[in-house]
Design a protein around this ligand. Structure first.
Ligand code: GTP
Ligand code: MN
Length: 229
């Protein structure tokens, strides 16, 4: 949580930022540099994808590819760790502060830098600038990061725990990554996940598009039959 919001009642000030139902057309892409000259009516937030490549195969057929850290947020939707930038605070400093608060990241070992920036998207309706960063660590380090999140200050408050993203598709063509994409995500976090996967060459564009198509088919089927048990 941005420190400017900590006092009583103030946490509601930016509550509208997290409301669900953002549309694709609400967002435009910008360079990091361009976003710096936006007016003071814009609020900035930074989120980060920590990941580790792996050669592991599960059940002798499904390639894990990479461990990717996302989290179940306090509001029941999925996002990356990170948060709002305090007024006057440097973007990267804010990201590392949020990483410490939300997942207990040892920033002396794994701090994000400006070089880890991948994309900036602006939600013009909410006047919210979303900066996305990606950081690769080893699989061993990834397991230690996961263990430490249990003692992070915000565990059980803002974050309900880290989750790994399943990147395989099971033989039914739905469970695994396509089903994961059918979850509810905060802001444009789902788009950020896909950007991270393609930026780091963990998945090809064709694989991403095929998983998205399966996810959309599934959502359309359940909407039609109303059979979400
Ligand atoms: P609160 O303001 O108390 O929610 O805490 P915080 O400072 O940690 O902010 P939060 O992480 O919720 O991020 C601020 C805003 O950015 C949210 O209201 C969402 O609109 C958006 N947001 C949150 N998580 C993500 C994410 O993973 N990706 C993207 N693109 N946007 C996010
Ligand atoms: Mn946050």
């Amino acid at each position: 949580m941005a420190t400017s919001q900590v006092n009583t009642g103030e946490c509601l000030e930016f509550e509208y930022c997290g409301r669900l139902g953002d549309k694709k057309q609400d967002y435009i892409q910008m360079t990091f540099h361009q976003s710096k000259s936006l007016g003071t009516e814009y609020i900035h937030a930074c989120h980060g994808m920590i990941f580790a490549r792996t050669n592991r195969v599960v059940w002798e057929q499904l390639s894990v590819r990479a461990c990717i850290l996302m989290q179940m947020r306090f509001d029941g939707v999925i996002g990356f760790p990170g948060g709002l930038v305090d007024s006057g605070e440097d973007l990267v400093t804010a990201l590392n502060r949020e990483m410490e608060e939300e997942i207990g990241l040892e920033v002396s070992k794994y701090s994000f830098t400006a070089d880890d920036h991948v994309e900036t998207m602006v939600n013009q309706v909410k006047k919210l600038v979303l900066h996305f960063f990606v950081k690769e660590i080893t699989e061993e380090e990834f397991c230690l990061v996961e263990q430490r999140q249990l003692s992070a200050p915000e565990f059980g408050v803002e974050t309900m725990g880290c989750i790994r993203v399943p990147l395989y598709t099971m033989p039914d063509g739905l469970r695994g990554f396509p089903a994961f994409l059918a979850n509810q995500f905060i802001g444009n976090a789902r788009h950020q996940l896909l950007t991270g996967l393609s930026h780091c060459k963990i998945m090809t564009q064709e694989e991403i598009q095929s998983s998205l198509a399966k996810c959309h088919q599934h959502l359309a089927r359940t909407a039609q039959s109303g059979c979400k048990v």
